[in-house]
Design a protein around this ligand. Structure first.
Ligand SMILES: [Zn+2]
Ligand SMILES: [Zn+2]
Ligand SMILES: [Zn+2]
Length: 150
């Protein structure tokens, strides 16, 4: 990746005063190639495929930094053991998770801009993003009898 063609996320990293190190850019590359959801295991594998000299500790330090900057957010949507990192385009990411079949439905428009403003004003905080998750039954599961897995 050349310096003059950096991605919006790399730009965000630089704007927040952080160096665009090779390790950080490689982890960003891996995340951007992953379609928005990647487990930490997948990220490690992808980074290793891109550059095997980057160690696990550097990958996790980069992920911690990206989490602080609301570039990604760790969630446990697919496993309670391995976190899935979701990319936060413009600081948002929204899910509807089916509690029956575990399907994850993405949606864009959350309409939370005014709530964000209200919270900032009322609580004196500065918000950088949100991960919104609704739980319920998807269109397929809504009318099906509940599965009893034992
Ligand atoms: Zn949103
Ligand atoms: Zn479902
Ligand atoms: Zn998602």
């Amino acid at each position: 990746m050349s310096e003059d063609h950096i991605s919006p996320r790399a730009q965000r990293l630089r704007d927040s005063g952080h160096k665009l190190t090779h390790a950080r850019l490689t982890v960003l590359d891996a995340l951007e190639g992953g379609g928005g959801h990647m487990t930490s295991t997948e990220i490690l594998e992808q980074v290793e495929a891109l550059d095997a000299t980057i160690g696990r500790a550097s990958v996790f330090r980069a992920l911690d930094l990206f989490t602080r900057l609301s570039i990604v957010r760790p969630t446990y949507i697919h496993s309670s053991v391995t976190p899935t990192y979701v990319l936060m385009p413009d600081g948002h990411h929204h899910h509807i998770i089916c509690t029956q079949c575990s399907r994850v439905i993405e949606f864009e428009d959350c309409g939370l801009g005014s709530l964000t403003q209200t919270l900032e004003d009322r609580l004196g905080v500065r918000l950088t993003g949100h991960l919104l998750e609704f739980y319920g039954l998807c269109a397929d599961c809504r009318d099906a009898p509940p599965e009893d897995q034992d």
